[in-house]
Ligand binder design. Structure first.
Ligand code: FES
Length: 142
Protein backbone atom coordinates (compact mmCIF):
# COMPACT_ATOMS: atom_id res chain seq x y z
CA UNK A 1 0.00 0.00 0.00
CA UNK A 2 1.43 3.42 -0.90
CA UNK A 3 2.14 5.72 2.07
CA UNK A 4 -0.52 8.24 1.03
CA UNK A 5 -3.26 5.57 1.03
CA UNK A 6 -5.49 5.19 4.06
CA UNK A 7 -7.09 2.08 5.49
CA UNK A 8 -10.57 3.13 4.43
CA UNK A 9 -9.57 3.21 0.76
CA UNK A 10 -10.51 0.31 -1.46
CA UNK A 11 -7.90 -1.55 -3.50
CA UNK A 12 -8.74 -1.69 -7.22
CA UNK A 13 -6.56 -3.56 -9.71
CA UNK A 14 -6.49 -1.43 -12.86
CA UNK A 15 -4.51 -3.87 -15.00
CA UNK A 16 -1.04 -5.20 -15.54
CA UNK A 17 2.02 -3.04 -16.13
CA UNK A 18 2.24 -4.64 -19.59
CA UNK A 19 -1.29 -3.46 -20.33
CA UNK A 20 -0.87 0.16 -19.21
CA UNK A 21 2.41 0.92 -20.93
CA UNK A 22 4.09 4.35 -21.06
CA UNK A 23 1.91 7.05 -22.63
CA UNK A 24 -1.22 4.90 -22.29
CA UNK A 25 -4.25 5.29 -20.06
CA UNK A 26 -7.16 3.19 -18.93
CA UNK A 27 -10.53 4.22 -17.54
CA UNK A 28 -11.63 1.90 -14.75
CA UNK A 29 -14.77 1.31 -12.67
CA UNK A 30 -17.31 3.55 -14.36
CA UNK A 31 -20.74 2.55 -13.07
CA UNK A 32 -24.34 3.77 -13.18
CA UNK A 33 -23.47 7.04 -14.80
CA UNK A 34 -20.54 7.70 -12.50
CA UNK A 35 -17.34 8.73 -14.09
CA UNK A 36 -14.80 6.17 -13.01
CA UNK A 37 -11.09 6.71 -12.61
CA UNK A 38 -8.47 7.41 -15.26
CA UNK A 39 -5.16 5.59 -14.77
CA UNK A 40 -2.26 7.14 -16.67
CA UNK A 41 1.28 5.98 -17.33
CA UNK A 42 3.49 9.03 -17.73
CA UNK A 43 7.03 7.94 -18.66
CA UNK A 44 6.76 4.86 -16.47
CA UNK A 45 5.09 6.52 -13.47
CA UNK A 46 1.44 5.81 -12.75
CA UNK A 47 -1.20 8.34 -11.73
CA UNK A 48 -4.94 8.04 -11.11
CA UNK A 49 -7.44 10.87 -11.48
CA UNK A 50 -11.18 10.95 -11.08
CA UNK A 51 -12.72 10.99 -14.53
CA UNK A 52 -14.85 13.97 -13.61
CA UNK A 53 -13.77 17.47 -14.50
CA UNK A 54 -14.26 19.90 -11.59
CA UNK A 55 -15.29 22.62 -14.05
CA UNK A 56 -18.61 21.28 -15.40
CA UNK A 57 -18.26 17.53 -14.74
CA UNK A 58 -16.97 16.52 -18.17
CA UNK A 59 -15.15 13.19 -18.76
CA UNK A 60 -11.74 14.70 -18.09
CA UNK A 61 -9.63 11.55 -18.40
CA UNK A 62 -10.84 10.85 -21.93
CA UNK A 63 -9.28 14.09 -23.15
CA UNK A 64 -6.16 14.66 -25.19
CA UNK A 65 -2.84 14.16 -23.41
CA UNK A 66 -0.06 16.53 -24.36
CA UNK A 67 2.33 19.08 -22.93
CA UNK A 68 2.26 22.84 -22.45
CA UNK A 69 3.16 25.35 -25.09
CA UNK A 70 5.69 27.93 -23.94
CA UNK A 71 6.07 31.13 -25.93
CA UNK A 72 7.10 34.69 -25.16
CA UNK A 73 4.69 36.18 -27.68
CA UNK A 74 1.29 35.41 -29.25
CA UNK A 75 1.30 33.15 -32.34
CA UNK A 76 0.68 36.16 -34.65
CA UNK A 77 4.14 37.60 -33.87
CA UNK A 78 5.96 34.44 -32.90
CA UNK A 79 8.47 33.14 -35.43
CA UNK A 80 9.35 29.48 -35.37
CA UNK A 81 7.98 26.54 -33.48
CA UNK A 82 6.72 27.09 -29.95
CA UNK A 83 8.46 25.13 -27.22
CA UNK A 84 6.45 22.28 -25.72
CA UNK A 85 7.30 21.32 -22.15
CA UNK A 86 6.13 18.48 -19.91
CA UNK A 87 4.91 16.48 -22.90
CA UNK A 88 2.57 13.69 -21.80
CA UNK A 89 1.88 15.21 -18.36
CA UNK A 90 -1.13 17.36 -19.22
CA UNK A 91 -4.69 16.18 -19.95
CA UNK A 92 -7.13 18.51 -21.66
CA UNK A 93 -10.81 18.11 -20.80
CA UNK A 94 -12.77 17.39 -24.00
CA UNK A 95 -15.67 19.67 -23.03
CA UNK A 96 -14.10 23.13 -22.61
CA UNK A 97 -10.40 22.29 -23.06
CA UNK A 98 -9.27 23.19 -19.57
CA UNK A 99 -5.90 21.60 -18.82
CA UNK A 100 -4.93 19.56 -15.76
CA UNK A 101 -1.60 18.28 -14.51
CA UNK A 102 -1.85 14.47 -14.53
CA UNK A 103 0.86 14.16 -11.88
CA UNK A 104 -1.03 16.07 -9.16
CA UNK A 105 -4.52 16.95 -10.45
CA UNK A 106 -3.87 20.70 -10.47
CA UNK A 107 -5.92 22.73 -12.96
CA UNK A 108 -3.69 24.94 -15.09
CA UNK A 109 -6.52 27.34 -15.96
CA UNK A 110 -7.81 28.03 -12.45
CA UNK A 111 -5.24 27.54 -9.68
CA UNK A 112 -8.02 27.09 -7.11
CA UNK A 113 -9.31 24.03 -8.94
CA UNK A 114 -8.00 20.50 -8.74
CA UNK A 115 -9.31 17.10 -9.84
CA UNK A 116 -9.38 14.34 -7.26
CA UNK A 117 -6.38 12.01 -7.34
CA UNK A 118 -5.80 8.55 -5.88
CA UNK A 119 -2.66 6.76 -4.70
CA UNK A 120 -1.29 4.15 -7.10
CA UNK A 121 1.10 1.28 -6.41
CA UNK A 122 2.67 -1.49 -8.47
CA UNK A 123 2.00 -4.80 -6.75
CA UNK A 124 3.15 -8.09 -8.29
CA UNK A 125 3.15 -6.62 -11.78
CA UNK A 126 -0.28 -5.05 -11.39
CA UNK A 127 -1.23 -1.37 -11.33
CA UNK A 128 -3.30 -0.93 -8.17
CA UNK A 129 -5.37 2.15 -7.35
CA UNK A 130 -6.36 2.94 -3.75
CA UNK A 131 -9.68 4.67 -4.24
CA UNK A 132 -12.29 6.40 -2.14
CA UNK A 133 -15.18 3.89 -1.81
CA UNK A 134 -17.61 6.76 -2.50
CA UNK A 135 -16.27 6.88 -6.06
CA UNK A 136 -16.66 3.13 -6.64
CA UNK A 137 -19.54 0.76 -7.28
CA UNK A 138 -20.93 -0.83 -4.12
CA UNK A 139 -19.32 -4.15 -3.22
CA UNK A 140 -21.48 -7.27 -3.47
CA UNK A 141 -23.13 -7.81 -0.11
CA UNK A 142 -21.88 -4.44 1.10
S1 FES B 1 -16.15 20.37 -18.06
FE1 FES B 1 -14.06 20.15 -18.22
S2 FES B 1 -13.34 22.04 -18.95
FE2 FES B 1 -15.43 22.29 -18.70
Amino acid sequence: MPPEASLDMRRVVAGTVEEITPERRKIIVPFRGRAGIGVFNVAGCYYALRNLCPHKLGPLCTGRVSGRVVADAPPSVYAGEPEIVRDGEIVRCPWHLWEFDITNGQCLVDPKMRVKTYPVAIEDGHVVVYADPADLPPQPGG
